[in-house]
Design a protein around this ligand. Structure first.
Ligand code: ATP
Length: 494
């Protein structure tokens, strides 16, 4: 039986990963708080992403832009005019719902890129009614997703700013300064990680669709004629590919290597590189490649700014859905900001000796919260033999890396020795000390948090300074000297 998203939400609340926000006061839809273990896991996801995409690369630097941002940014980007979803309002109970999602749920038909007229027709044809009271819907309307905020005492529309609807725009508005300060030559990328806000009409599916969420984003700039120099690194990577043509012909996706993808001219070299690079980030962190696929946007689904877009999708309990969008945004954004701000955003390209507005050939834009959900869903095993949940999280993602137990809690020599081991480890290995309950119960508690190592201090430890270390997935146990514990665990984490 596959886990439902509601069961995952309940598990996350029970184990201290994620709580519904403001629950004391009845809660607010689309907002969640991360608990002690969720915060650690989320921080690990973010630091591993930053390390893989920024610190370990010569060609990408990072920024951290403000969340409240000038209305001019969102006018230029098109968000104020066109960042909206189709909304249905019930004629009877006035319930508001996002109609494209509702149609997909009721009919299984894809709705991406459909016009308001086409959506209205589908509502009539499939007799879609209010899920709460079965009342009929009014004529559909657009609902803008941007969150306005009033800045300072100016209550006129001039004082209106916006919570950023995506992290990407702050990269574009800082582009020229970053390019100058970092002295990078094309091709290069600018990365950013942080909160984004969308006033979603009907948030649902736990962390999948939120009103406040985090994005990890890169804008990768090139001279439009530049070829991708990194293909060798990914040419043998295999992706499950779902082209627009295959979707239209109702065919199934196919597994292809990057080499094959390029020889069949399915996408550009840059798109193939970035999709494979992103796919590898997940698979290196233990996500099963069978649960990942790359899907091309249909023509009518593409955003107004995009030449071509591919999504990295995951097989969620509620179907294949986007985790990361990788769009070729061309020079659309830099040109739009140049036009609206009347500032020159072109840079000098050393190679061609021309002044150009670079093109964003790929914009890998990944949600932190959706990644969090994927890592948990993929790691979740209901281990009937053990009689508890086993979270097979990659050790580098695990919120706690090691748990230290005295064999029994009522022998002072043992608890003292166990506290000493805990003190030795805790400055470099996130660990926990637990003396409550039987050893079996304590193992189970750690399995459910995904802790890769449990260390037990027993009576032999008092004689020979060795301990038992138990590995989470295999449950294999071995004796190891206390002095070797720290290098052993650090080696496994590296
Ligand atoms: P969707 O089609 O699911 O609404 P999108 O195409 O609007 O997503 P993008 O604007 O491409 O999403 O944002 C990039 C990434 O940010 C998404 O792939 C997703 O991981 C994350 N994201 C976007 N909207 C939300 C949201 N409301 N809640 C949680 N994560 C989100």
């Amino acid at each position: 039986m596959t886990l439902t998203i509601d069961e995952m939400a309940a598990f996350c609340k029970r184990k201290g990963f994620v709580y519904p926000s403001s629950e004391l006061y009845g809660g607010l839809a689309g907002l969640y708080d991360y608990g002690p273990y969720g915060t650690e896991l989320k921080n690990n996801i973010k630091s591993l992403w930053w390390n893989y995409h920024v610190q370990s690369r010569e060609d990408i630097v990072g920024i951290d832009g403000s969340i409240i941002s000038h209305q001019g940014i969102w006018k230029a980007s098109g968000h104020l005019d066109a960042f909206s979803d189709p909304m249905a309002i019930c004629t009877k109970c006035k319930h508001k719902d996002r109609i494209d999602t509702l149609i997909e749920e009721k009919t299984n038909l894809p709705t991406d890129g459909l016009s308001m007229k086409e959506l209205n027709e589908l509502v009539k044809e499939h007799k879609i009614v209010c899920p709460h009271c079965k009342g009929a819907f009014q004529e559909l309307q657009d609902f803008n997703l941007m969150f306005p905020v009033q800045v300072g005492a100016d209550t006129s529309s001039k004082g209106t700013a916006y919570l950023r609807g995506e992290t990407a725009q702050l990269i574009f508005t800082n582009f020229k300064l970053v390019a100058e300060n970092s002295r990078l030559k094309l091709p290069f990328g600018i990365a950013q990680m942080g909160k984004a806000f969308r006033n979603e009409i009907s948030p649902r599916n736990f962390l999948f669709r939120l009103r406040e969420f985090e994005q990890m984003d890169i804008e990768y700039f090139i001279h439009p004629k530049q070829k991708c120099p990194f293909l060798k690194e990914v040419e043998n990577c295999t992706l499950q590919v779902y082209t627009a043509e295959d979707q239209e012909k109702k065919k199934k996706p196919t597994f292809l290597t990057v080499q094959k993808i390029l020889s069949k001219k399915i996408m550009t070299d840059w798109h193939a590189y970035w999709l494979a690079y992103e796919h590898e980030w997940f698979t290196k962190l233990n996500v099963n490649p069978k649960n990942l696929r790359v899907r091309q946007h249909l023509k009518k689904e593409k955003s107004h700014y995009a030449l071509d877009t591919w999504d990295l999708e995951y097989n969620f309990p509620f179907g294949w859905k986007e985790v990361e969008g990788i769009a070729n945004r061309t020079d659309y954004d830099l040109k739009a900001h140049s036009k609206h701000s009347k500032k020159d955003l072109s840079i000098f390209d050393e190679q061609t000796k021309e002044k150009i507005i670079p093109h964003v050939v790929a914009e890998p834009s990944l949600g932190v919260d959706r990644s969090f959900l994927i890592f948990l869903l993929d790691a979740f095993h209901d281990d009937k033999k053990r009689g508890n949940i086993l979270l097979k999280l990659h050790p580098r993602l695990a919120p706690v890396k090691a748990a230290i137990f005295p064999l029994v809690s009522n022998k002072e020599e043992l608890t003292k020795k166990a506290r000493t081991v805990y003190t030795i480890l805790k400055d470099s290995v996130p660990c926990t000390y637990d003396k409550g309950g039987s050893i079996g119960r304590r193992y189970a508690r750690q399995d459910e948090l995904g802790t890769p190592y449990c260390i037990t201090i027993d009576f032999d430890s008092l004689k020979d300074d060795t301990v038992t270390i138990r590995e989470r997935d295999s449950t294999d146990q071995k004796r190891i000297k206390i002095s070797e514990l720290k290098p052993f665990i650090l080696d496994k984490l590296s």
